[in-house]
Design a protein around this ligand. Structure first.
Ligand code: SAH
Length: 238
């Protein structure tokens, strides 16, 4: 799978994908992350990407022209014009006012061949990008970040680990929190413990030490339900 990122801060991405699961996925050729500098698609001497908002008000807004030019060029490069356009790709705008990004959407994105993530900055992005360029406008949570770069890194991380083969055989995402594909059924993950079996007087539940896999499975499920009811009752109400 290919992740394209469109940003005015390409250096931002030198760190986040250089470790762990995402790096392993890249090294194994299961995913590729391509960072594009929005300023490459400006045409003036100052490489201007923003302008003042119509109607007045604080802050600057990312202009539509470089964004449209960039997205069109990136997809063109990715899918040569003599081939029919690939339907299995999405252009996604990161936005505080987007629809919530969640595990369900992460699963759906992991089945695409390519994603192009547009990172906003300043006061936001000209609305025509959301209306006529992006397939989806998504938010990673109900808070305002100063730019879409962190949000894009979050989306890539969450999607990358769902691509078959990326986590490897020993770990499966099926039982993770929010997954509706395994036996978790959208609950939080069950709590985990490791050695020592007793730490500062706090003991690991006996059931987990007894080797009875069926009993352990039922116990974990019960703990997952209890934890979900306590911390995220909204998930049970859905
Ligand atoms: N004025 C906007 C916030 C702009 S923040 C508002 O109040 O809604 C600048 C950029 O950061 C946005 O264009 C978006 O790309 C990114 N951003 C901020 N919060 C985000 C969030 N919760 N999820 C995804 N992207 C976000």
């Amino acid at each position: 799978m290919i992740f394209h990122v469109l940003t005015i801060f390409p250096e931002f991405f030198e760190g986040p994908f250089a470790h762990g699961v995402v790096k392993r996925g890249k090294d194994a050729g299961l995913l590729d992350i391509r960072i594009h500098n929005l300023r490459e698609w400006t045409s003036d001497r100052h490489r201007t990407v923003d302008d003042r908002p119509f109607g007045g008000g604080e802050g600057m807004v990312l202009k539509p022209e470089p964004l449209f030019a960039a997205v069109e060029a990136i997809w063109q490069r990715d899918v040569p014009p003599d081939l029919p356009p690939a339907p299995n790709r999405k252009t996604v705008l990161l936005s505080a006012s987007g629809r919530p990004f969640d595990q369900h959407l992460a699963n759906a994105y992991s089945r695409e061949a390519a994603l192009l993530l547009i990172c906003g900055r300043y006061e936001g992005v000209d609305e025509r990008v959301a209306e006529h360029l992006a397939d989806d406008e998504i938010s990673i949570g109900n808070y305002v970040l100063s730019g879409g770069e962190l949000a894009a890194a979050v989306v890539i991380d969450a999607v990358a680990r769902l691509i078959p083969g990326v986590l490897g055989n020993e770990t499966s995402a099926a039982f993770d929190s929010f997954q509706d594909t395994g036996h978790g059924e959208g609950l939080l993950d069950c709590p985990h413990w490791t050695r020592p079996a007793e730490f500062r007087g706090w003991k690991v539940p006996d059931v987990l030490l007894n080797g009875n896999h069926e009993e352990i499975r039922r116990f974990r499920r019960q703990l997952a339900r209890e934890k979900t009811a306590r911390l995220r009752p909204d998930l049970l109400a859905e």
